[in-house]
Ligand binder design. Structure first.
Ligand code: CTP
Length: 408
C-alpha cells in the first residue's frame, strides 16, 4: 500500500458501534500511507470512543459537534466537504446509512455527506438482523445506485452474541477499498476483467496433494489495479497466501480442471483475460478416496497432463477479448516466452525471470519483459508487483485502442 494516500484528505467518520475503537488503526494506517485524516465522531461514535486517540494519531482536532467546536459552522463543513478527497465512514451504523440514503442532516457528519461531491465509502458494522433488515439493504442499494462505495461487513461472532454478517471488515480491506474509491482513473469502466491467480492443489489422496509456491501476489496486484481503473473483476483463485481484493468476485478453485471450468463459465462476459495463475501442469487421474498407507516401498505416481487454460482461452476467445499471460522462466527467457505467446495465441505475455532473487514466486518485486505480437520486446526495470500491474494495464489500453472500433 506504501504511499497510496499521499496528498489525500480523508474525512474519517466514526459512528456509534462497538467497533469504533478499530477506527484508530484505520486512521493510523491511512496517516502512515500519506493521508491527511480529519476525524469526525457522531454523538454515538463519541460514546464508544473519545477524541484523544484519534486526535493524537491524526494530528487533527476531531470534529464532534455541529455548533460547539466550529467557529463558523456553515462555512466550515462546506469547506471540508469541498477539500476532502474521500469520506470514509468506518464503522458505519444502520443509522448513518439510513440518514445518508434519505438526505437527513441533523449532525455534522450527515450534513457534510450531503454537501460533498467526494467519493463516499461506508464500512458497515452492526447486528446481523439489523444488517439483513430490508430497510438497511434497501438503503444500501439506494446509496450504491448513487455511486457510494461499500466494503464488508465481515461474517463472524458479533458483540451481541450472534454469528453472521455485521462485523467491521479488516483494516487492509478498508484501505484497499479506499484506494479504489479514490482513484479517478476510469479507463476500464464497463469492462470485465477475468484473472486466474494462485497455484493448485492436485490431490494425491484425501490428505495429500501436489502443489506449488504461488503466493497470489501478482494476481492480487492485477485485480486491485483493474478495480482502481473502474473494471468489474473476477478472480478465479487457486490456493495461495494472498487473497484477492474484497471488491473482486472470487471463485475458489483448488485444481486446474476446476479453474478451467470456472474460466469457461465466465469467459463469454469477459473483455480482458489475464492468466496469472501458476497452474499445475499435471494431476493424478482418479485419486483414491481413502488415504494411501505407507508401506516402506517406493511410490510411483502416474501423472496426467492438465488442460492449458491460457491456450484454451487463446483458442476460444472472440475478437474483442484480449488475452494476456505470464511466462515463468529460468533460462532463455525471451525465446521461451515468445514461443508461449504464439502457441497460446495471446496478445501480450509478461516474461518473468523466476531464478533471480528479486523476481518470481513469493517476491514483492519482478524483473520482467513485455512481449507482444509483432512488436519488439520491452525490458522493464525492477518493479513492484503493483507497478508491474499499472504498466500492464497501460499496455492493455494501447491494445484496446488498436482493436477495431466495433470490438472495443
Ligand atoms: N498456464 C495455464 N494453464 C496451464 C499452464 C500454464 O493457463 N496448464 C498459463 C499460466 O497462467 C501463464 C502461461 O500459461 O500465464 C505460461 O505458464 P508457464 O508456467 O510459464 O508455462 P507452461 O505453459 O506451463 O510451460 P512450461 O512449464 O513448460 O514452461
Amino acid at each position: 500500500m506504501a504511499r497510496d494516500f499521499d496528498n489525500q484528505v480523508i474525512v474519517l467518520g466514526v459512528t456509534g458501534s462497538i467497533a469504533a475503537y478499530k477506527s484508530c488503526e484505520i486512521a493510523s494506517r491511512l496517516v502512515e500511507a500519506g493521508a491527511e485524516v480529519v476525524p469526525v465522531l457522531t454523538s454515538g461514535g463519541r460514546e464508544f470512543l473519545g477524541t484523544a486517540s484519534l486526535e493524537g494519531i491524526t494530528g487533527q482536532r476531531a470534529i464532534t459537534d455541529m455548533f460547539e467546536s466550529v467557529q463558523n459552522p456553515d462555512i466550515e463543513h462546506i469547506a471540508l466537504a469541498r477539500r476532502a478527497n474521500l469520506f470514509l465512514i468506518a464503522p458505519a451504523t444502520a443509522n448513518i446509512i439510513a440518514k445518508a440514503a434519505h438526505g437527513l442532516a441533523d449532525d455534522w457528519l450527515s450534513t457534510t455527506l450531503l454537501a460533498t461531491r467526494a467519493p463516499i465509502l461506508f464500512a458497515p458494522a452492526m447486528n446481523t438482523m439489523m444488517y439483513q433488515h430490508p430497510a438497511t439493504q434497501d438503503n444500501m442499494a439506494l446509496l450504491k445506485s448513487r455511486g457510494c462505495h461499500f466494503v464488508g461487513p465481515a461474517t463472524g461472532a458479533l458483540a451481541c452474541g450472534e454469528f453472521g454478517p455485521g462485523r467491521l471488515i479488516d483494516t487492509p480491506a478498508i484501505l484497499e477499498a479506499a484506494a479504489i474509491a479514490l482513484c479517478n482513473e476510469q479507463s476500464l469502466r464497463g469492462k470485465h476483467v477475468l484473472i486466474t491467480s494462485g497455484g493448485n492443489h492436485e490431490p494425491i489422496d484425501p490428505v495429500r496433494y501436489i502443489g506449488n509456491r504461488s503466493s497470489g501476489k501478482m494476481g492480487y496486484a492485477l485485480a486491485l489495479e483493474a478495480l482502481k481503473r473502474g473494471a468489474q473483476v473476477t478472480v478465479v483463485c487457486g490456493p495461495c497466501e494472498v487473497r484477492p481484493p474484497d471488491a473482486a468476485i472470487v471463485v475458489d478453485t483448488p485444481t486446474a480442471t476446476a479453474m478451467l471450468e470456472a474460466v469457461n463459465a465466465c469467459l463469454p462476459q469477459v473483455d480482458i483475460f489475464i492468466a496469472a495463475a501458476a497452474v499445475a501442469d499435471y494431476r493424478i487421474e482418479d485419486p483414491p478416496t481413502e488415504k494411501r498407507k505407507r508401506n516402506g516401498a517406493n511410490l510411483t505416481l502416474e501423472l496426467a497432463p492438465n488442460p492449458d487454460i491460457a491456450a484454451h482461452v487463446g483458442a476460444a476467445r472472440k475478437p474483442h477479448q484480449l488475452a494476456i499471460g505470464f511466462a515463468a522462466e529460468t533460462h532463455d527467457i525471451l525465446e521461451h516466452a515468445a514461443a508461449k505467446l504464439k502457441k497460446k495465441n495471446l496478445d501480450l505475455i509478461v516474461a518473468n525471470d523466476v531464478k533471480s532473487v528479486d523476481s518470481g514466486f513469493g517476491t514483492d518485486t519482478t524483473r520482467a519483459w513485455f512481449l507482444g505480437q509483432d512488436v519488439e520486446p520491452e525490458a522493464l526495470p525492477l518493479l513492484s508487483k503493483a507497478e508491474l500491474a499499472q504498466r500492464l494495464f497501460d499496455r492493455v489500453a494501447i491494445l484496446q485502442a488498436t482493436l477495431p472500433a466495433t470490438n472495443r
